[in-house]
Design a protein around this ligand. Structure first.
Ligand code: ARG
Length: 478
C-alpha cells in the first residue's frame, strides 16, 4: 500500500460531520480553512439574485411535485418557507453567512431551518450548476429590460431637443476641423441612431439567452423523469437549453451583454466628449445645467462637466469587464468550473455602471441648452460653405475637380485677406471664375447650405423634422 492510499484509508475513522459544510461535507475529514471559506464564497455579491433564485426554486419544486418526486405536503411547506425567506431578505432581516458559501446554499440551509426535511428535498434532480446558470439568465433578462427602457427614455429626450433645434446651425467637423454646416437637431439624431443599434443589440442578446438551463443538473442531466418544458415555461423562457454540458458551462450571454454594453458606453463616451468640448470657453456652444456640474475648490470661476467626464471615464471599466469575461472563459474545459463564479462581479458592475450612466444622460439631455448665436458664428468661420461653392460651379457647368481647384484658390485668397467666402464681394469671387453670378449668395449662406441637403438622412431642417417624426413612430413600436 502506498503512503497516499494508506492515508486515505485511515480517513473513515476521522470525520466529524458537524465541523464541515452541511451541504457537501460528507466526504470531508477537515473543516474548511477559515480564509478559504471567505475566499471561495460568493454570497457577498450573488445575493442580489435572490428573487430569481427563489422563483427558480418554486418552479423546480412545482415540477418535482408534478412528476411525483415531491409530495404535495412538501411542496406547500417549500412554498411557505420560500415566501418567508423572500420576506426576510427583502426586509433586511436575513442572516447571510460566508460559511454557507453562496446565495443558493444560504437559502437552502435557511429553508431547512424553517421547514425541516422538506427543505432538504428541494435540491432533488438539481445542482447549483444549473441553478446558478438559470439565476443569472433570469437576472440579466430583467436588467436588459430596464436598460432598454432607459435607452428609450434617453432617445425620447434626444428627439425633443432635436425637434426644438431643427433650425439651429453649427459647424459639422471632420478631423475636428470645420467641415460643413449642419443643424444641431441633425447632430442629435446621429446620437439617436447609435442608441437604436444599442437597444436592438441588447434585445438580440436577450432573445438568445432566453432558454432555460434547469434540468442540466451538475453537467449530465438527472435520473429523475423531469419535465424541462414545464420549468422553462413557468420561468418565461422560450425553451429548455439543448445540451446539459453546454447549459452549465455557457456564459456567452454574459459576454454578449458586456460586449453590447461596451459599445453602448462607447457611444455615451463619444457623446460625453462632444458635450465636454462644446461646454468649454473656447467652443461655448452649450450650457450644461449646474446640477450636472461641479466647481473647483481653488478656482472660483470653474464649472466642470463632471457627469459627461465620469461617463467617459467609466467606459474603461465596462470595456475591462468584457475582457475579464472573455479571459475567464478562454481556457475552461467543459463543463462547470469554479472559475465561473468570477462571472458575476464584472457582469453586475457592467449592469450598474451602464444603468447609472443612462440615468445621468436621460436626465441631462432634455435639460441641455444650446447657444445658437455662438454656434452660428462658429459655423461662419473655417470656410464651411466651400463645398457649396464647388457644387454651385458644377451646376454652372464646371467639372467637380475643376470647381474644387477654383474654390481652393478662393479659400487661399480668403485666408490671406481674412475674409470668409460669404464676406467676399461678387467682383472678388468672379476673379476666380466667370461662371459666378449674383445667385451665388444663397449657396454661400449657412441656411442655404443646410437646407440644400434635403434628402433622407440629410441635415436640412425639413429632413430633421421628418426624421424626428419617423423616429418617434419607431420608438412607440419597440
Ligand atoms: N457560487 C457558484 C457560482 O457562482 C455556484 C455554483 C457552484 N457549483 C459548484 N459545484 N461549486 O458559480
Amino acid at each position: 500500500m502506498t503512503k497516499a492510499t494508506k492515508k486515505s484509508g485511515t480517513r473513515t475513522a476521522k470525520p466529524k460531520l458537524a465541523q464541515t459544510n452541511q451541504a457537501w461535507g460528507g466526504r470531508f475529514t477537515e473543516k474548511t480553512d477559515a480564509f478559504v471559506e471567505t475566499f471561495t464564497a460568493s454570497v457577498e455579491f450573488d445575493q442580489r439574485m435572490y428573487q430569481q433564485d427563489i422563483t427558480g426554486s418554486r418552479a423546480h419544486a412545482n415540477m418535482l411535485a408534478k412528476i411525483g418526486v415531491l409530495s404535495s405536503k412538501d411542496l406547500s411547506a417549500i412554498y411557505q418557507g420560500l415566501d418567508q425567506i423572500e420576506q426576510e431578505i427583502s426586509s433586511g432581516k436575513f442572516k447571510w453567512s460566508h460559511a454557507r458559501e453562496d446565495l443558493h446554499m444560504n437559502i437552502e440551509a435557511r429553508l431547512t431551518e424553517i421547514i425541516g426535511d422538506a427543505g432538504k428535498r428541494l435540491h432533488t434532480g438539481r445542482s447549483r450548476n444549473d441553478q446558478v446558470a438559470t439565476d443569472i439568465r433570469l437576472y440579466l433578462r430583467d436588467q436588459i429590460d430596464i436598460i432598454v427602457q432607459q435607452i428609450v427614455h434617453l432617445q425620447s429626450g434626444l428627439l425633443d431637443v432635436a425637434e426644438r433645434e431643427a433650425d439651429t446651425i453649427l459647424p459639422g467637423f471632420t478631423h475636428l476641423q470645420v467641415a460643413q454646416p449642419v443643424t444641431f437637431g441633425h447632430h442629435l439624431l446621429a446620437w439617436f441612431e447609435m442608441l437604436v443599434r444599442d437597444a436592438t443589440r441588447l434585445q438580440d442578446c436577450r432573445a438568445r439567452l432566453n432558454q432555460c438551463p434547469l434540468g442540466a443538473a451538475a453537467l449530465a442531466g438527472t435520473t429523475y423523469p423531469i419535465d424541462r418544458k414545464m420549468t422553462a415555461t413557468e420561468l418565461g423562457f422560450v425553451a429548455p437549453t439543448a445540451n446539459s454540458l453546454d447549459s452549465v458551462s455557457d456564459r456567452d450571454f454574459a459576454i454578449e451583454f458586456c460586449a453590447a454594453a461596451a459599445i453602448l458606453i462607447t457611444h455615451l463616451s463619444r457623446m460625453s466628449e462632444e458635450l465636454i468640448i462644446w461646454s468649454s470657453a473656447q467652443f461655448d456652444y452649450i450650457d450644461l445645467p449646474d446640477r450636472f456640474c461641479t466647481g473647483s475648490s481653488i478656482m472660483p470661476q470653474k464649472k466642470n462637466p463632471d457627469v459627461p467626464e465620469l461617463v467617459r471615464g467609466k467606459t474603461g471599466r465596462v470595456n475591462g469587464n468584457l475582457i475579464s469575461l472573455l479571459t475567464l472563459m478562454k481556457a475552461q474545459p467543459l463543463a462547470y468550473n469554479k472559475d465561473n463564479q468570477e462571472d458575476k462581479e464584472p457582469l453586475f458592475d457592467t449592469i450598474d455602471t451602464v444603468q447609472g450612466c443612462l440615468r445621468a444622460f436621460g436626465d441631462m439631455i432634455p435639460a441641455l441648452r444650446c447657444k445658437p448665436d455662438k454656434m452660428y458664428a462658429s459655423a461662419q468661420q473655417g470656410f464651411s460653405t466651400a463645398t457649396d461653392l464647388a457644387d454651385y460651379l458644377v451646376r454652372k457647368g464646371l467639372a467637380f475637380r475643376d470647381a474644387h481647384e477654383v474654390v481652393g484658390r478662393a479659400v487661399a485668397y480668403g485666408i490671406e485677406t481674412r475674409k470668409d467666402l460669404s464676406e467676399m464681394s461678387l467682383a472678388e469671387l468672379q476673379k476666380f471664375s466667370g461662371k459666378i453670378s449674383a445667385d451665388v449668395t444663397k449657396a454661400l449662406t449657412l441656411e442655404g447650405s443646410v437646407s440644400a441637403r434635403n434628402h433622407i438622412g440629410g441635415t436640412a431642417p425639413k429632413q430633421v423634422r421628418a426624421a424626428v417624426k419617423r423616429a418617434r413612430k419607431k420608438l412607440s413600436l419597440s
